[in-house]
Design a binder for this molecule. Sequence first.
Ligand SMILES: [Zn+2]
Length: 331
Amino acid sequence: MLAAAAAFFGICSASAQPPGPGWHNTPIAETDHIKAGDSTIQVDFAEGPLDLPKSAILAHIAAAASAVATYYGRFPVASDRILIIPVAGRHGMLQGTTWGDMRGFPAFTRIRLGEHTTQAELDDDWMMTHELVHTAFPSMPDDSNGLGQHWIEEGLATYVEPIARVMTGELTAKKIWSDMVRDMHQGEPAAGDEGLDHTHTWGRTYWGGAMFCLVADVNIRRATQNRKGLQDALRAIVSAGGTIDHNWTLPQALAIGDQATGTHVLSQMYNDWKDKPVTVDLPKLWSELGIQSGPDGITFVHGAPLAKVREAITKPAGAPITATVLPREAQ
Ligand SMILES: [Zn+2]
């Protein structure tokens, strides 16, 4: 049902299901390693044609790892395996899926990458960072439909991915707020909505989840005079062991996040949003954040009531962490 995303969002999923074929019987052409702080990412290239040199793909993965490590203050898991599967005759990042706790690796990401992918397509790609954000939150229980609370997993990845990339200079704040103004409304509840826990549409899963994260970020910053934000809550969840290789309940994760910010924002919002269609006045929120839309895109209004909150959301909380591809002879 998430396939509707393919048209303009690509396909991504964080999955509790086993990966099936591909994990251990895919012939591997090359194995490389990336170091991100104390963590190691093993990158396996399955056999198959790729126009780009592997070094370009490794540099792209390292940039994604840098963004995620910078946002969370560390790379979320001690080791990660990324399997790149070339797809003959195609272009671009076609699909990504991330699993927790696979045969000794706390996280495993499988990426299907088109043979004719260009450097420009890699530069435009959000999926690699999105997948790595999935490592930084515990796996949520499935419901009888196998969907459960994927909205928080996808919502976090959708919200954090561009912010993390601003923190490492890959994107500008203007670009990502402009994208949010364009896209966030897709997360609003439609007629018949039964809240985020029970409405498994693409819009509510990705953008409904992202809208929950944005409103939570703003509310935490409002409640703490801009001293804390969603980033502090998410870092605390990771520090408490809440990564993709662990199965937690959502209230358990949110309680740890709330403790870190000294608020009840996440737990209270979850109580409101889980089984009711909560609508957000996005035009009002953009205006309070100091984002004005015009014919030439957005402009920032510096004196707006929440302009400082907007600035704080994309401001790095410490020195950036740079992930590096290890030279092959050192591997
Ligand atoms: Zn995802």
